[in-house]
Write a protein that binds this ligand. Structure first.
Ligand SMILES: [Ca+2]
Ligand SMILES: [Ca+2]
Length: 281
């Protein structure tokens, strides 16, 4: 009898010890670790069309532009916008890309070209004005994205607040993007192909953080209240050009897919860069 009870106690302790991690896990807060952005949208390139090197395809169709939950009035109202299919650069334009443009055209060098904090070849070019960005795009047989194209490329058709989804918990910021601080391993800019998990639904990199990106449009604070539903191109004229996506100096709230800022088209800052778009032939 004594022998049996010893075995029983031994078994009980063994089972308890082995099952403890499982019991503990059940009481752990349910945390979802998001993978890269998943979209239910079918992304099919029209027949006979080839995606240009270094670009991704964003198909025809509607998406929600703007954010009714934002504190910023210029992001309201959230509204349906139809954008014709287009290509957009997979990465921000790098110093390596920009150097070829400089060599071929003799265009004036960017403001921070010799600043070692920013001039690694695979980092985004900074210190370029909207005018510089537009000149580069023209040289590359591309153009700057419209603000609507940029936002669709960043958030997809499911209204993502961040290119990778809707998760913004502090512990995940370091794997998705380069923003303020060095927890993400970068004090200033990061390589344009960094942060694989932070890619947008169309697989474009760094659409949140790293450098702000010039768009084609003039900035209109009330533009969303009256903008056309199909392929909006911004106000006909203006003082400021639009920049999107936030940069290495911003906190998470200022790098959302709907955040809009503006500046004069000749301003050159070390937080401003760009990427190009291209219409289908
Ligand atoms: Ca950083
Ligand atoms: Ca960016």
């Amino acid at each position: 009898m004594k022998y049996n009870s010893t075995i029983f106690i031994f078994l009980f302790i063994t089972i308890f010890l082995f099952s403890y991690p499982l019991i503990a896990e059940e009481f752990t807060e349910d945390i979802t670790i998001y993978d890269e952005a998943e979209t239910s949208e079918v992304i099919q390139v029209p027949e006979g069309i080839e995606i240009p090197d270094g670009m991704v395809y964003v198909p025809d169709g509607y998406f929600v532009m703007g954010n009714d939950d934002s504190l910023a009035e210029e992001e309201k109202p959230a509204h349906q916008v139809y954008v014709k299919g287009f290509f957009i650069d997979k990465y921000e334009v790098s110093n390596r890309d920009y150097e070829i443009f400089l060599q071929e055209t003799g265009h004036s060098i960017p403001k921070y070209w010799y600043d070692e904090r920013f001039n690694e070849p695979d980092h985004p070019v900074v210190g370029v004005s909207w005018e510089d960005a537009a000149a580069y795009a023209k040289w590359a047989h591309k153009r700057l994205p419209t603000e609507a194209e940029w936002e669709k490329a960043a958030r997809g058709t499911e209204g993502f607040i961040w290119p990778w989804g809707n998760d913004r918990e502090n512990i995940y910021q370091t794997i998705y993007l380069n923003i303020h601080g060095t927890a993400d391993d970068f004090e200033y800019t990061s390589p344009v192909d960094s942060f694989f998990l932070g890619r947008s639904p169309y697989k474009a990199f760094n659409m949140a953080g790293n450098v702000w990106e010039w768009c084609e449009d003039w900035f209109g604070p009330n533009y969303y209240k009256k903008s056309p539903e199909i392929n909006p191109r911004g106000p006909k004229s203006g003082i400021y050009k639009v920049l999107r996506g936030g940069s290495w100096v911003n906190k998470i709230y200022n790098v959302s897919t709907t955040k809009r800022i503006r500046n004069y088209p000749d301003v050159k800052l070390n937080i401003y860069g760009f990427r190009c778009a291209k219409s289908l032939p």
